[in-house]
Design a protein. Structure first.
Length: 151
């Protein structure tokens, strides 16, 4: 795969991380609950870490993102995507974040599926794995909040 192709893919991923960051910052400013504000701020900071990782990857000589496989708990498939509101409950806010991560993960998976270049495919699968890690972390939070009665 050409270096320009790798750079274009990573720049695309960086833009996605910026959009996610802006979403979480916007959400921080819209919700009233202080704990939710703090959670959305933490999610925004996570997106900045992803952005930094991708930018460092961009200037490296590496052309494949290798991450440990993450379990997919498939919780996202069991919830509907809530709308962002000022009064949203914590579980709904985490559900919204999960659905956003799932959409990013699915986008990278679909891009990998249509790639005819094996190196591009691996790059998109690495980006998908990065989003899956974030989704899994959010799903753990969601289970502990949404199903607290089980504890």
């Amino acid at each position: 795969m050409k270096t320009d192709d790798i750079k274009a893919i990573i720049k695309f991923a960086v833009e996605n991380e910026i959009e996610a960051y802006e979403f979480y910052i916007g959400a921080t400013n819209k919700v009233k609950d202080n704990y939710l504000k703090e959670t959305f701020q933490e999610l925004a900071e996570e997106e900045l870490k992803h952005k930094k990782f991708l930018e460092e990857f961009l200037v490296s000589d590496i052309n494949e993102i290798r991450l440990h496989q993450t379990n997919d708990y498939k919780i996202a498939e069991t919830i509907d995507k809530p709308k962002l509101t000022v009064e949203m409950k914590f579980a709904d806010a985490i559900g919204l974040a999960i659905k956003n991560e799932e959409e990013a993960m699915d986008m990278y998976k679909n891009l990998a599926d249509i790639c005819i270049d094996e190196e591009q495919r691996k790059l998109f699968l690495g980006l998908m794995e990065m989003e899956k890690m974030h989704k899994a972390k959010l799903e753990e939070i969601y289970v502990n909040v949404a199903y607290a009665e089980v504890w």
